[in-house]
Design a protein. Structure first.
Length: 357
């Protein structure tokens, strides 16, 4: 295996981990074709409620299993049978494990060949797949939040941000980037800390936001390489921000954004819902400041980092664990695990009570 060119992250082109591939309600209308990691997939929810993700193309003649909306078996709601799916071209049926188990015009044994199936779960209103270039099973769980299931927290709807022409490494770099918070977002941080614990990457920071005239305190963390959650206290408001990104092809990611807002009571009224919507729009506007910069920069294959920016290097080391065989993960953990501060900025405990996940 050769090293990936460009950022030279490891032996794999795409990282290992849990990644969002759709909003859960996108399957209400039946199977959905999706493309990630340079491959095409068929995604659907079976009759039992089971989520199924298969390689997209039928073994018979290469037909995409989920990209027809005009074939008779699709328009007559006959494509899904139990937790299985039929090809819209000749009706070959694939079970949830990707095995052909019925050919409607053939009485002999079905071919033993199968298409690949992938682990997939529903959490936080999103559908997430486990991607491992080596074909391994998940080695950690997809994230969840108690707040998502609590009626006092108002769930936003996902903002579908579409495809972004950037390598995901540069999205991850934001976690170490204390010094863009003032120039880009108008909220220069007064304290800052990164912490690495295995497959998790934390950022703790806080500062005064001049546009809104309030102090912003955040605890942000990645669960693996593509799922960011951020616990935020902004003046008197409390919320969670979600930013999920998934590689589509080399140098292209698809991104989603969401927000949870804490209401005054467990029975939010219309004004509470309106306030939550405004909070989500504000959070998205802040993320859009990053998006515009990413859309108009060249790749930072190497960062001319100053001594007060040493955490860029540590974050990139942490990220490499997902581009290399799982057996090597501990080598990267040993280099970065623990808390890391930046010269010139206070530690979180010196200025603010820490938020919890």
């Amino acid at each position: 295996m050769a090293l990936v060119k460009g950022f030279d992250l490891g032996v794999y082109t795409f990282p290992r981990g849990w990644f969002m591939i759709a909003e859960a309600n996108e399957l209400d209308d039946g199977p959905k074709g999706v493309r990630f990691f340079g491959k095409d997939f068929a995604l659907y929810r079976g009759a039992s409620g089971r989520l199924v993700l298969l390689d997209a193309y039928c073994l018979h003649m290469g037909t995409h299993l989920a990209k027809s909306n005009s074939a008779s078996i699709v328009t007559n709601s006959e494509q899904l049978e139990g937790d299985s799916i039929r090809c819209p071209y000749h009706g070959w049926r694939y079970n949830a494990e990707g095995q052909v188990d019925d050919i409607p015009y053939f009485d002999g044994p079905c071919p033993k060949a199968r298409i690949q199936s992938y682990p997939v779960v529903e959490t936080l209103g999103a559908i997430m797949m486990w991607h491992d270039p080596a074909g391994g099973e998940p080695d950690y769980e997809a994230p969840d939040l108690e707040a998502w299931h609590d009626s006092q927290w108002i769930n936003g709807r996902y903002d579908h941000l579409g495809e972004i022409g950037i390598h995901p490494q540069e999205i991850i770099d934001n976690m170490a980037d204390a010094h863009h918070l003032g120039p880009t977002h108008g909220a220069p941080c007064e304290y800052f800390e990164n912490e690495y614990i295995g497959h998790k990457y934390y950022q703790r920071q806080g500062g005064f936001h001049r546009m809104y005239g309030a102090h912003l305190t955040t605890l942000t963390w990645y669960t693996g390489p593509g799922l960011l959650l951020s616990r935020q206290r902004f003046g008197d408001t409390n919320g969670y921000e979600f930013i999920f990104h998934t590689p589509v092809d080399e140098g292209v990611v698809k991104a989603w954004h969401n927000n949870l807002s804490l209401a005054p009571s467990a029975n939010p009224d219309e004004q509470d819902i309106a306030n939550a919507k405004m909070a989500q729009e504000g959070a998205l506007a802040a993320f859009a400041q990053d998006l515009q910069i990413w859309a108009n920069k060249k790749p930072a294959l190497q960062i001319m980092a100053l001594p007060v920016e040493r955490n860029f290097r540590l974050g990139r080391i942490w990220y490499k664990q997902f581009y290399n065989p799982i057996e090597k993960a501990n080598e990267f953990h040993a280099k970065v695990d623990g808390k890391h501060h930046l010269k010139g900025l206070a530690k979180p405990a010196e200025l603010a009570a820490e938020l919890q996940e």
